[in-house]
Design a protein. Structure first.
Ligand SMILES: Nc1ncnc2c1ncn2[C@@H]1O[C@H](COP(=O)(O)OP(=O)(O)OP(=O)(O)O)[C@@H](O)[C@H]1O
Length: 267
Protein backbone atom coordinates (compact mmCIF):
# COMPACT_ATOMS: atom_id res chain seq x y z
CA UNK A 1 0.00 0.00 0.00
CA UNK A 2 1.15 3.51 -0.77
CA UNK A 3 1.77 5.07 2.66
CA UNK A 4 1.50 8.55 1.17
CA UNK A 5 -2.09 7.87 0.19
CA UNK A 6 -3.50 6.31 3.33
CA UNK A 7 -6.68 8.32 2.94
CA UNK A 8 -7.67 9.29 -0.57
CA UNK A 9 -10.48 11.62 -1.45
CA UNK A 10 -11.20 11.68 -5.16
CA UNK A 11 -13.46 14.20 -6.91
CA UNK A 12 -15.87 14.30 -4.01
CA UNK A 13 -19.03 16.32 -4.16
CA UNK A 14 -21.66 16.62 -1.46
CA UNK A 15 -25.06 18.15 -1.97
CA UNK A 16 -27.92 18.26 0.51
CA UNK A 17 -31.63 18.26 -0.20
CA UNK A 18 -33.25 21.18 1.59
CA UNK A 19 -36.70 22.76 1.56
CA UNK A 20 -35.39 25.36 -0.88
CA UNK A 21 -33.91 22.77 -3.22
CA UNK A 22 -30.49 21.20 -3.59
CA UNK A 23 -27.68 22.81 -1.63
CA UNK A 24 -24.15 22.18 -2.94
CA UNK A 25 -21.94 21.97 0.15
CA UNK A 26 -18.71 20.57 -1.31
CA UNK A 27 -17.39 20.18 -4.86
CA UNK A 28 -14.25 18.79 -6.49
CA UNK A 29 -12.59 17.74 -3.24
CA UNK A 30 -9.30 16.00 -3.94
CA UNK A 31 -7.04 15.26 -1.03
CA UNK A 32 -4.63 12.65 0.25
CA UNK A 33 -3.49 12.03 3.79
CA UNK A 34 -0.32 10.03 4.39
CA UNK A 35 0.01 7.44 7.14
CA UNK A 36 1.03 9.14 10.36
CA UNK A 37 0.25 12.57 9.02
CA UNK A 38 -1.55 15.24 11.07
CA UNK A 39 -3.89 17.19 8.82
CA UNK A 40 -6.15 20.05 9.85
CA UNK A 41 -9.14 21.35 7.91
CA UNK A 42 -9.64 25.07 8.32
CA UNK A 43 -12.13 27.48 6.80
CA UNK A 44 -14.89 29.87 7.71
CA UNK A 45 -17.98 28.79 9.56
CA UNK A 46 -20.34 26.82 7.34
CA UNK A 47 -17.82 26.13 4.58
CA UNK A 48 -18.14 22.37 4.92
CA UNK A 49 -15.40 21.19 7.27
CA UNK A 50 -17.70 18.92 9.29
CA UNK A 51 -19.33 17.69 6.10
CA UNK A 52 -15.92 16.57 4.84
CA UNK A 53 -14.96 14.97 8.16
CA UNK A 54 -18.29 13.10 8.30
CA UNK A 55 -17.58 11.72 4.84
CA UNK A 56 -14.17 10.42 5.97
CA UNK A 57 -15.83 8.97 9.08
CA UNK A 58 -18.30 7.20 6.80
CA UNK A 59 -21.23 8.78 8.63
CA UNK A 60 -22.48 10.13 5.30
CA UNK A 61 -21.89 9.13 1.71
CA UNK A 62 -20.79 11.55 -1.03
CA UNK A 63 -23.15 12.55 -3.80
CA UNK A 64 -20.27 12.05 -6.26
CA UNK A 65 -16.72 10.77 -6.06
CA UNK A 66 -15.05 8.25 -3.79
CA UNK A 67 -13.22 8.14 -0.45
CA UNK A 68 -10.69 5.43 0.34
CA UNK A 69 -8.91 4.39 3.52
CA UNK A 70 -6.03 1.95 3.12
CA UNK A 71 -7.18 1.28 -0.45
CA UNK A 72 -10.67 0.30 0.66
CA UNK A 73 -13.72 2.37 -0.14
CA UNK A 74 -15.18 4.07 2.92
CA UNK A 75 -18.69 2.66 2.95
CA UNK A 76 -19.67 3.40 6.56
CA UNK A 77 -18.18 3.95 10.01
CA UNK A 78 -15.41 1.51 10.94
CA UNK A 79 -13.23 0.78 13.96
CA UNK A 80 -10.12 1.85 12.04
CA UNK A 81 -11.50 5.42 12.12
CA UNK A 82 -12.16 6.82 15.60
CA UNK A 83 -14.20 10.00 15.86
CA UNK A 84 -14.04 12.74 18.51
CA UNK A 85 -16.79 15.37 18.44
CA UNK A 86 -16.80 18.84 19.94
CA UNK A 87 -19.55 17.98 22.40
CA UNK A 88 -17.66 14.85 23.53
CA UNK A 89 -20.90 12.81 23.26
CA UNK A 90 -20.38 10.75 26.42
CA UNK A 91 -23.22 8.77 27.91
CA UNK A 92 -24.14 10.74 31.03
CA UNK A 93 -25.33 7.78 33.09
CA UNK A 94 -22.07 5.87 32.71
CA UNK A 95 -18.79 6.58 34.51
CA UNK A 96 -15.70 7.66 32.59
CA UNK A 97 -14.41 4.10 32.86
CA UNK A 98 -17.69 2.64 31.57
CA UNK A 99 -17.90 5.10 28.69
CA UNK A 100 -14.53 3.91 27.45
CA UNK A 101 -15.12 0.24 28.32
CA UNK A 102 -18.22 0.23 26.14
CA UNK A 103 -16.19 1.31 23.11
CA UNK A 104 -13.36 -1.12 23.89
CA UNK A 105 -15.84 -3.96 24.25
CA UNK A 106 -17.44 -3.15 20.91
CA UNK A 107 -14.12 -3.40 19.08
CA UNK A 108 -12.25 -6.09 21.02
CA UNK A 109 -15.07 -7.89 22.89
CA UNK A 110 -15.18 -10.75 20.40
CA UNK A 111 -11.54 -11.70 20.82
CA UNK A 112 -10.40 -10.63 24.28
CA UNK A 113 -11.14 -11.51 27.90
CA UNK A 114 -12.83 -9.15 30.36
CA UNK A 115 -9.48 -8.60 32.09
CA UNK A 116 -7.88 -7.57 28.81
CA UNK A 117 -10.74 -5.19 28.02
CA UNK A 118 -10.40 -3.69 31.50
CA UNK A 119 -6.64 -3.26 31.03
CA UNK A 120 -7.20 -1.49 27.71
CA UNK A 121 -9.72 0.85 29.33
CA UNK A 122 -7.35 1.64 32.20
CA UNK A 123 -4.49 2.30 29.78
CA UNK A 124 -6.64 4.72 27.78
CA UNK A 125 -7.62 6.61 30.93
CA UNK A 126 -3.97 6.78 31.99
CA UNK A 127 -2.94 8.05 28.56
CA UNK A 128 -4.98 11.21 29.07
CA UNK A 129 -4.16 11.49 32.78
CA UNK A 130 -7.64 10.61 33.98
CA UNK A 131 -7.09 7.53 36.14
CA UNK A 132 -8.33 9.40 39.24
CA UNK A 133 -11.60 10.30 37.49
CA UNK A 134 -12.39 6.71 36.39
CA UNK A 135 -15.47 6.32 38.58
CA UNK A 136 -16.89 9.81 38.01
CA UNK A 137 -19.82 10.47 35.70
CA UNK A 138 -19.57 13.13 32.91
CA UNK A 139 -21.73 15.52 34.96
CA UNK A 140 -19.15 15.50 37.75
CA UNK A 141 -16.09 16.52 35.72
CA UNK A 142 -14.99 19.66 33.84
CA UNK A 143 -15.42 20.29 30.09
CA UNK A 144 -11.71 19.72 29.51
CA UNK A 145 -11.83 16.40 31.34
CA UNK A 146 -14.89 15.32 29.36
CA UNK A 147 -13.05 16.13 26.19
CA UNK A 148 -10.11 14.03 27.36
CA UNK A 149 -12.46 11.10 28.03
CA UNK A 150 -13.77 11.52 24.48
CA UNK A 151 -10.21 11.42 23.14
CA UNK A 152 -9.34 8.44 25.37
CA UNK A 153 -12.42 6.62 24.15
CA UNK A 154 -11.48 7.18 20.53
CA UNK A 155 -7.86 6.15 21.16
CA UNK A 156 -8.88 3.06 23.16
CA UNK A 157 -10.28 1.54 19.98
CA UNK A 158 -6.78 1.79 18.50
CA UNK A 159 -8.03 3.46 15.37
CA UNK A 160 -5.60 3.84 12.54
CA UNK A 161 -7.13 7.24 11.92
CA UNK A 162 -8.31 9.74 14.49
CA UNK A 163 -10.98 12.11 13.18
CA UNK A 164 -11.63 15.13 15.36
CA UNK A 165 -14.29 17.79 14.83
CA UNK A 166 -13.20 20.89 16.73
CA UNK A 167 -12.33 18.80 19.78
CA UNK A 168 -11.16 21.80 21.78
CA UNK A 169 -13.66 24.32 20.46
CA UNK A 170 -15.67 24.70 23.65
CA UNK A 171 -12.73 25.00 26.03
CA UNK A 172 -11.01 27.97 27.63
CA UNK A 173 -7.64 29.00 26.19
CA UNK A 174 -5.50 27.44 28.94
CA UNK A 175 -7.25 24.07 28.93
CA UNK A 176 -7.14 24.12 25.17
CA UNK A 177 -3.37 24.70 25.14
CA UNK A 178 -2.83 21.89 27.64
CA UNK A 179 -4.91 19.44 25.61
CA UNK A 180 -3.17 20.45 22.37
CA UNK A 181 0.17 19.65 24.00
CA UNK A 182 -1.18 16.34 25.31
CA UNK A 183 -2.56 15.47 21.90
CA UNK A 184 0.82 16.19 20.30
CA UNK A 185 2.50 13.80 22.76
CA UNK A 186 -0.12 11.07 22.34
CA UNK A 187 -0.02 11.25 18.56
CA UNK A 188 3.79 11.14 18.58
CA UNK A 189 3.63 8.05 20.77
CA UNK A 190 0.85 6.25 18.91
CA UNK A 191 1.90 7.36 15.40
CA UNK A 192 -1.76 7.95 14.59
CA UNK A 193 -2.98 9.54 11.42
CA UNK A 194 -5.15 12.51 12.36
CA UNK A 195 -7.66 14.65 10.48
CA UNK A 196 -8.91 17.49 12.64
CA UNK A 197 -11.34 20.33 12.00
CA UNK A 198 -10.43 23.65 13.57
CA UNK A 199 -11.23 27.36 13.38
CA UNK A 200 -8.05 28.30 15.13
CA UNK A 201 -5.04 29.35 13.04
CA UNK A 202 -2.49 28.88 15.86
CA UNK A 203 -3.88 25.45 16.65
CA UNK A 204 -3.62 24.49 12.99
CA UNK A 205 0.02 25.60 12.67
CA UNK A 206 1.09 24.11 16.00
CA UNK A 207 -0.39 20.67 15.34
CA UNK A 208 -0.31 20.10 11.60
CA UNK A 209 1.93 18.55 9.05
CA UNK A 210 -0.51 19.83 6.48
CA UNK A 211 -3.18 22.55 6.67
CA UNK A 212 -6.04 22.15 4.22
CA UNK A 213 -7.74 25.50 3.64
CA UNK A 214 -11.29 25.35 2.33
CA UNK A 215 -12.88 28.10 0.29
CA UNK A 216 -16.19 29.58 1.39
CA UNK A 217 -19.37 27.71 0.57
CA UNK A 218 -21.67 27.04 -1.10
CA UNK A 219 -19.77 24.54 -3.23
CA UNK A 220 -16.65 24.85 -1.11
CA UNK A 221 -13.46 23.20 -2.27
CA UNK A 222 -9.82 22.95 -1.29
CA UNK A 223 -8.35 26.41 -1.83
CA UNK A 224 -4.81 25.75 -0.71
CA UNK A 225 -2.82 23.06 1.07
CA UNK A 226 0.09 24.27 3.16
CA UNK A 227 2.80 21.93 4.38
CA UNK A 228 4.02 22.82 7.87
CA UNK A 229 7.54 21.49 8.09
CA UNK A 230 8.35 22.78 11.57
CA UNK A 231 10.50 20.27 13.50
CA UNK A 232 8.89 18.04 16.14
CA UNK A 233 8.51 17.91 19.07
CA UNK A 234 7.04 21.39 18.91
CA UNK A 235 7.09 23.79 21.78
CA UNK A 236 4.48 26.55 21.74
CA UNK A 237 6.62 28.99 23.71
CA UNK A 238 9.67 28.60 21.47
CA UNK A 239 7.51 28.71 18.35
CA UNK A 240 5.93 32.03 19.29
CA UNK A 241 9.12 33.82 18.18
CA UNK A 242 10.00 31.48 15.33
CA UNK A 243 9.99 33.32 11.97
CA UNK A 244 8.96 30.15 10.12
CA UNK A 245 6.00 29.70 12.46
CA UNK A 246 5.00 33.31 11.84
CA UNK A 247 5.19 32.77 8.11
CA UNK A 248 2.84 29.77 8.24
CA UNK A 249 0.48 31.68 10.48
CA UNK A 250 0.46 34.67 8.17
CA UNK A 251 -0.19 32.53 5.10
CA UNK A 252 -3.27 30.95 6.69
CA UNK A 253 -4.56 34.29 7.99
CA UNK A 254 -4.04 35.79 4.57
CA UNK A 255 -6.03 32.98 2.97
CA UNK A 256 -8.89 33.26 5.47
CA UNK A 257 -9.20 37.01 5.86
CA UNK A 258 -7.97 38.44 2.58
CA UNK A 259 -8.64 35.87 -0.08
CA UNK A 260 -11.70 34.27 1.52
CA UNK A 261 -13.20 37.19 3.43
CA UNK A 262 -16.29 35.77 5.00
CA UNK A 263 -19.90 36.24 3.94
CA UNK A 264 -22.07 33.73 5.79
CA UNK A 265 -24.51 31.76 3.67
CA UNK A 266 -26.83 29.12 4.99
CA UNK A 267 -28.71 26.37 3.24
N1 LIG B 1 -27.72 17.65 6.58
C1 LIG B 1 -27.66 18.84 5.99
N2 LIG B 1 -28.70 19.31 5.26
C2 LIG B 1 -28.64 20.51 4.64
N3 LIG B 1 -27.58 21.33 4.68
C3 LIG B 1 -26.52 20.94 5.40
C4 LIG B 1 -26.50 19.68 6.11
N4 LIG B 1 -25.32 19.56 6.72
C5 LIG B 1 -24.63 20.69 6.45
N5 LIG B 1 -25.35 21.51 5.65
C6 LIG B 1 -24.90 22.80 5.11
O1 LIG B 1 -23.66 22.59 4.47
C7 LIG B 1 -22.76 23.65 4.73
C8 LIG B 1 -21.52 23.13 5.41
O2 LIG B 1 -21.84 22.75 6.75
P1 LIG B 1 -20.70 22.22 7.76
O3 LIG B 1 -21.37 21.93 9.06
O4 LIG B 1 -19.94 21.13 7.12
O5 LIG B 1 -19.76 23.50 7.88
P2 LIG B 1 -18.53 23.76 8.88
O6 LIG B 1 -17.45 24.35 8.05
O7 LIG B 1 -18.22 22.53 9.64
O8 LIG B 1 -19.17 24.86 9.84
P3 LIG B 1 -18.78 25.29 11.35
O9 LIG B 1 -17.37 25.73 11.27
O10 LIG B 1 -19.74 26.41 11.62
O11 LIG B 1 -19.00 24.09 12.20
C9 LIG B 1 -23.54 24.66 5.56
O12 LIG B 1 -24.06 25.66 4.71
C10 LIG B 1 -24.63 23.84 6.18
O13 LIG B 1 -25.78 24.65 6.42
Amino acid sequence: MNQDKYIEIQDVEQTFKTKKGTFPALRDINLTVAKGEFVTLIGHSGCGKSTLLNLIAGLTMPTKGVLLCANKEIAGPGPERGVVFQNHSLLPWLTCFENIYLAVERVFGGSESKAQLKARTEAALALVGLTPAASKRPGEISGGMKQRVGIARALSMEPKVLLMDEPFGALDALTRAKLQDELLEIVARTQSTVVMVTHDVDEAVLLSDKIVMLTNGPAATVGEVRTVDLARPRNRVALADDPQYQQHRKAVIDFLYTRQAHVEKVA
